[in-house]
Design a protein around this ligand. Structure first.
Ligand code: DAH
Length: 361
């Protein structure tokens, strides 16, 4: 009898099926099962390839081969499915049989804590946002133009002295780059006024750098700057805002006072103090004089403030005839020390875990 081409192909098909069944018996996990599926009935699998040979068959042979092909493929699929279920059942049994040793020693790594300065920054940010201020950022490496010139700090001002300021080489080592590590957060005022139109209400917080290093000064410390520019803004708005701020921050009603002072970028300028929130009190609620923080003066110095100097507004293309503004700035580290009763500034920046662990989250 004449052997038909379809017999050869069907034989090859059965041979693949046998090969598949033999391989399946060796498979014990889902990954290997998937590989097997790909190898035999995937797009380029050995069984799928045989289907391609159908085109070469005589039309009358195609039907028989087609039926054989479908039968083999279905059988393979059913075996795969059966094996899949068996693997899952085994896995589940293994899971259920797992033994958890609950007496094992705790191997979790210790949880860190939030640094007192970061904590204070977050608290300041919360309070000022509630008072309607945006919190903005500025770069640590600043142009002299923004750090000094546009703030009405002239070229011969002692604040620019090498003693105070870290001058920074520019890209590619340029030494006359006019770049400095910012000595205060006030340049963020300039950046804000150059970038936004009034009304402006922002605070900027961050690290600043000066070349002092002694027990009460660190070359790297933190400041907060506030700026408000609008029509008809007055010193009374400044004082009210500071009053609202200290009240909200220390959660008690505290007086604020301004004392005349000088900063080149404000006119008039002032230093501001708040009523000491730390004074011990007698049973009747009257303050006692022996306070370790204010030393009995009942006032705590906070920072500098004033009405934005017209020259500063002009340097930022704001017409002082149309708009006025106020600004303030103070140290965050001292605030953190007051809040957490920390007596030495150095403790904040030494990075000693024994100190930081005392402020758990
Ligand atoms: N930039 C000042 C400093 O670092 C602080 C300051 C004083 C900021 C008065 C102000 C201000 O905005 O109005 O000492």
């Amino acid at each position: 009898m004449l052997r038909r081409v379809s017999d050869d192909v069907t034989e090859a098909l059965r041979a693949e099926q046998q090969r598949f069944e033999a391989a399946l018996a060796e498979v014990n996990d889902a990954d290997a099962l998937y590989e097997l599926q790909v190898q035999f009935i995937g797009k380029k699998g050995s069984v799928s390839k045989l289907r391609g040979r159908m085109g070469k068959l005589a039309p009358e042979e195609r039907k028989a081969f087609g039926m054989a092909f479908n039968e083999v493929k279905k059988a393979i699929e059913a075996s795969l499915e059966g094996k899949h279920r068996a693997i899952k059942t085994l896995q589940r049994e293994a899971d259920l049989g797992r033994f958890e040793d609950l007496t094992m020693a705790d191997t979790m790594s210790p949880v860190g804590s939030i640094h007192p300065v970061t904590r204070t920054r977050r608290q300041l940010s919360r309070v000022f946002r509630k008072l309607g201020f945006d919190v903005v950022d500025g770069p640590h490496v600043e142009h002299e133009l923004y750090n000094f010139d546009k703030l009405n700090i002239p070229a011969d001002h002692p604040a620019r002295d090498m003693q105070d300021t870290f001058f920074v080489n520019g890209p590619a080592g340029e030494t006359d780059s006019n770049l400095v590590l910012r000595t205060h957060t006030s340049p963020v005022q300039i950046r804000t006024m150059l970038g936004r139109k009034p009304p402006i209400r922002i605070v900027a917080m961050g690290t600043v750098f000066r070349k002092d290093d002694d027990p009460t000064h660190s070359p790297m410390f933190h400041q907060i700057e506030g700026l408000c520019v609008d029509e008809h803004v007055t010193m009374a708005d400044l004082k009210t805002t500071l009053y609202r701020f200290v009240g909200a921050f220390f959660e008690t009603d505290l007086k604020v006072r301004l004392r005349p002072s000088f900063f080149p970028f404000v006119e008039p300028g002032a230093e501001f103090d708040m009523e000491c929130p730390f004074c011990p009190k007698d049973d009747a609620g009257a303050k006692l004089p022996d306070c370790g923080v204010c030393k009995g003066s009942q006032w705590v110095e906070l920072g500098g403030a004033g009405m934005v100097h017209p020259k500063v507004l002009q340097a930022c293309d704001i017409d002082p005839q149309e708009h006025s503004g106020w600004a303030f700035g103070f140290g965050i580290d001292r605030m953190a020390m007051l809040l957490h009763e920390i007596t030495k500034l150095g403790l904040l920046f030494d990075g000693d875990a024994r100190f930081l662990e005392q402020f758990p989250c």
